[in-house]
Design a protein around this ligand. Structure first.
Ligand code: FAD
Ligand code: NAI
Length: 468
């Protein structure tokens, strides 16, 4: 029987990063993945394919609706969905092949099959393609089995017309009318893809705001801007059912007055969150305790109640984000060898890859109010940015929240061009506990979108913004 220092179950961004860090630290490491390709949700059916389609659809939208402003004329513009989806598959392949290469480079044993506990130190791997199960012995286990889409019990998903994000990444036609249940991250990214390609898109959201866990100002501005590309929003609507007949779907919901409304379309995307995935792990055999909502219970070291067994990523509490899972993978590997790593959960940024992009880090204004914290706001709109005027991306703003007394930056919330990258400046500043004035006094190259961050910090510092 093969013996390992560490066995990682699941090869998503949590699992494969944990395996690499373990190998770097000299631990004999195995990684078990039930699918034939590595990379988990993120690389196969999540972050990477969704961004590939967001980029493709944005090119089309710009060619269709924005190029004219720049004096560029195009005739006979077409969309070839087969080619777009094939390109996305190629992007995914390049990324998952990259992970296989990294496993080889780091001498990590990759075992394909479903991993399940025999006891605390023995794992059985049942090959998904048939054949004999094998067993391994291991000193430590890192569970990184991720999550799957939440199912609404009153909706039968046939995965052809009533679909999850996985199928929404593979539609080889432009839908006539896509009805999206859920105005969260997946709902709005996929709504953007198909609205840009010419589909009618209706988003039906239970709460009274889009991306409700982010700073409220962001959802409000995003709704206004996405409305300009034709997406219709139905907030405070409680979905009661979705049915399919032939190629048509009907979604029923109760509007804020309690009246039943109907949406007719050809696709219904259900995007109402994700739930931890632990099926097949046989956690009971190792005596591993769970907590609410199907999550594996872990302590401050991300260790379960069983010494030597850890869990990371979507399968435990916290934001379901690839970069959160990655940080936790490194954290556990370093903990196993006796180091004292640290994760600052407050500073894990959240990003939505619509256009304009949306990002936030630190406390939202709503959280500061709830805490009774005295804060000040500095805000700068992209319509006052020279760089944004040059590119024609003047929607959105940067909002900086700083401590009223000490001026320490407490939260940064942005909506605008390329701010998925710009948020990194806010994370760095906050990690070093910068004041708004610290950032306001740093040189930002001109003309850049990043100047909006400097200006928002200036605005928070005695209202000193220069270009507003
Ligand atoms: P996962 O990536 O889910 O990987 C878990 C792996 O474990 C899977 O490969 C699974 O097959 C395997 N597994 C499960 N059980 C077993 C078993 N018993 N034996 C063997 N293998 C097993 N996050 C971002 O930060 N940025 C984004 O832009 C982003 N976009 C997204 C877009 C979509 C459409 C979706 C669905 C998600 C997106 N996410 C994004 C979220 C991100 O994908 C997840 O947070 C991330 O993948 C979680 O990583 P993980 O390692 O915990 O689990
Ligand atoms: P989400 O939690 O972001 O949004 C779900 C939305 O559905 C919420 O607004 C919620 O109020 C609404 N909702 C719930 N039940 C409903 C109902 N019955 N009717 C109508 N609306 C309802 O979840 P989503 O979009 O499914 O994404 C899942 C996870 O994947 C997220 O937690 C996110 O972290 C991750 N993800 C991250 C991305 C990124 O970082 N850019 C992109 C896509 C996903």
């Amino acid at each position: 029987m093969n013996q390992y220092d560490v066995t990682v179950i699941g090869s998503g961004p949590g699992g494969y990063v944990a395996a690499i860090r373990c190998a770097q630290l000299g631990l004999k490491t195995a990684i078990i993945e039930k699918y034939p390709t590595l990379g988990g949700t993120c690389l196969n059916v999540g972050c990477i394919p969704s961004k590939a389609l967001l980029d493709s659809s944005e090119h089309y939208h710009n060619a269709h609706s924005v190029f004219q402003d720049h004096g560029i004329g195009l005739e006979n513009l077409t969309v070839d969905m087969n080619r777009m989806i094939d390109r996305k598959a190629g992007v995914v392949k390049a990324n998952v092949d990259g992970i296989s290469y990294l496993m080889k480079k780091n001498k990590i044993d990759v075992i394909t099959g479903v991993g399940s506990f025999i006891d605390k130190t023995h794992i059985s791997i049942a090959p998904t393609a048939g054949g004999e199960a094998q067993q391994i012995e291991t000193k430590n286990v890192i569970i990184a089995t991720g999550s799957k889409p939440t199912v609404l019990p009153f909706i039968a998903q046939d995965k052809q017309r009533i679909i999850t994000s996985t199928e929404a990444l593979n539609i080889r036609e432009v839908p006539r009318h896509m009805i999206v249940i859920g105005g969260g991250v997946i709902g709005l990214e996929m709504a953007s893809v198909y609205a840009r390609l010419g589909a009618k898109v209706s988003v039906v959201e239970f709460l009274d705001s889009l991306i409700p866990t982010m700073d409220r100002g962001l959802g409000k501005e995003l709704k206004r801007v996405l409305g300009k590309i034709g997406i219709e929003f139905f907030l405070s609507h409680k979905v009661t059912g979705a049915t399919r007949e032939g190629d048509s779907v009907t979604v029923t919901a109760l509007n804020p007055k309690g009246e039943e409304v109907k949406f007719e379309g050809d696709y219904c995307l259900v995007a109402v969150g994700r739930v931890p995935y632990t099926a097949g792990l046989n956690l009971e055999a190792a005596g591993i305790e769970m907590e609410e909502r199907g999550r594996i219970k872990v302590d401050a070291h991300l260790q379960t109640n069983v010494p030597g067994i850890y869990a990371i990523g979507d399968v435990i509490r916290g934001a379901m984000l690839a970069h959160k899972a990655e940080e936790e993978g490194v954290f556990v590997a370093e903990t196993i060898v006796g180091q004292k790593p640290h994760i600052n959960y407050l500073l894990i940024p959240g990003v939505v890859y619509t256009w304009p992009e949306v990002a936030g880090v630190g406390y939202t204004e709503e959280q500061l109010k709830e805490q009774g914290k005295a804060y000040k706001i500095g805000s700068f709109p992209f319509k006052a940015s020279g760089r944004a005027r040059a590119s024609g991306d003047t929607d959105g703003f940067v909002k900086v929240l700083a401590d009223k007394t000490t001026d320490e930056i407490l939260g940064v919330h942005m909506i605008g061009p390329r701010i998925a990258d710009l948020i990194a400046e806010a994370v760095t500043a906050m990690e070093f506990r910068a004041s708004a004035e610290d950032v306001a006094r740093m040189s930002h190259s001109h003309p850049t979108y990043a100047e909006a961050m400097k200006e928002a910090c200036l605005a928070a510092t005695e209202n000193r913004a220069i270009h507003m």
